[in-house]
Design a protein around this ligand. Structure first.
Ligand SMILES: Cc1cc2nc3c(=O)[nH]c(=O)nc-3n(C[C@H](O)[C@H](O)[C@H](O)COP(=O)(O)O)c2cc1C
Length: 328
């Protein structure tokens, strides 16, 4: 039975002959009860359980869907109109969800990802609680965004190559103007890493412990160049870096971008052509001991996150910096 990831897509028929696809529910939570061929007689139980849930789900932007070997008109009358019944006569979709022996319930989120699963059908209370909980968490600021920090205390423990590759894989899924993908990543390990570290100024002493440093280079010709000096390569690379940092946070890694380095020395060390812009180095590793940091950095590491008040950066309808700020 699948437990996470994007839910397998399907298009199946309802008892009235309408084709219904999973993508029809984008933007809604879906409680999906799947009854495998081997358990056809349990279709009625599945429908009864969903019927008990459907009314409570509706105000939570959630829908109840039953995938049954045979979704008949008779069953849909039992179900009430708020439960969507679909026929999966060959059990192909059930198999894609890994449901072969026991019926199962899947909770899919608004983006179509599987967030919770249950074996068997008798979990109505738990399912409802899970929808409430997950929806509240999804409406808050993303937990990876909240957890990410520019940590400086790093352990020298190596990060496996596959993990480093995964970070760039995530970065590479960032959007870019015309899908130009202007980012070029060079991961420094071994000899190259020592050379990059030699190009760090004193203030970035902490990065010398890192087991890997990722260089991000690009060139304005690699992305859109529009009027009003809108060169988009830096923007695209910034987004890719954001994706990389969140992926690292999810993997329990630190990914700390820095601007403090000698760009000519790093480009030379890594063979990056001189006409490319070395936009940032991203220092990667696992969190280490804060006592290795300077007093200033230890205070930042252990202190709260520092941000300007939201009205300084958020305006409604008109550019109106708050009173007393220097900004024009
Ligand atoms: C483009 C860029 C350059 C940065 N350069 C450095 C740097 O050279 N050295 C350093 O210690 N931190 C550097 N930082 C980290 C910032 O100081 C840090 O992100 C900021 O203080 C906010 O803290 P937070 O990321 O923990 O929320 C840089 C961050 C960015 C995005």
């Amino acid at each position: 039975m699948i437990r996470a990831g994007i839910a397998p897509s399907f298009t199946l028929e309802s008892p009235s002959g309408t084709a219904v696809s999973l993508r029809d529910f984008v933007g809604l939570y879906v409680v999906l009860a799947v009854v495998p061929l081997a358990r056809s007689p349990q279709a009625r139980d599945a429908v009864a359980h969903l019927r008990g849930l459907a009314e409570s789900l509706s105000p939570l932007e959630a829908r109840a869907v039953a995938l049954l070997p045979q979704a008949s008109q008779g069953l849909s009358r039992v179900a009430s109109p708020s439960v969507i019944l679909l026929s999966d006569p060959a059990g192909v979709v059930a198999a894609a969800y890994g449901v072969v022996d026991e019926p199962a319930v899947f909770l899919l989120d608004r983006s179509g990802a599987v967030r919770r699963t249950w074996t068997g059908l008798e979990h109505s209370e738990e399912v409802l609680e899970a929808v409430r909980e997950i929806r509240a968490a999804d409406d808050a600021v993303n937990s990876l965004i909240q957890a990410r920090r520019a940590w400086r205390a790093l352990s020298p423990e190596p990060v496996p190559r596959e993990a480093l590759e995964r970070l760039v894989e995530a970065a590479h899924l960032a959007p870019s103007c015309f899908n130009n993908q202007p980012w070029r990543f060079v991961i420094a390990q071994g000899e190259a890493l020592a050379k990059v570290k030699a190009a760090l100024p004193g203030g970035n002493y902490w990065a010398k412990t890192a087991p890997a440093i990722v260089a991000l280079a690009s060139h304005r010709d690699l992305d859109c160049k529009l009027s009003d000096n809108r060169d988009y390569f830096l923007f695209g690379c910034g987004m890719a870096t954001g994706f990389l940092m969140l992926q690292a946070t999810q993997m329990g890694l630190v990914a700390h971008p820095i601007a403090g380095y000698d760009p000519i020395a790093v480009k030379e060390a890594l063979g990056i052509p001189p006409d490319y812009v070395l936009i940032t180095l991203i220092v990667v590793g696992r969190r280490g001991d804060p006592s290795t940091l300077s007093d200033k950095h230890r205070a930042l590491e252990l202190g709260p996150r520092d941000r300007k008040p939201l009205p300084t950066v958020l305006m409604w309808d008109r550019f109106t910096p708050p009173e007393g700020t220097e900004e024009r």
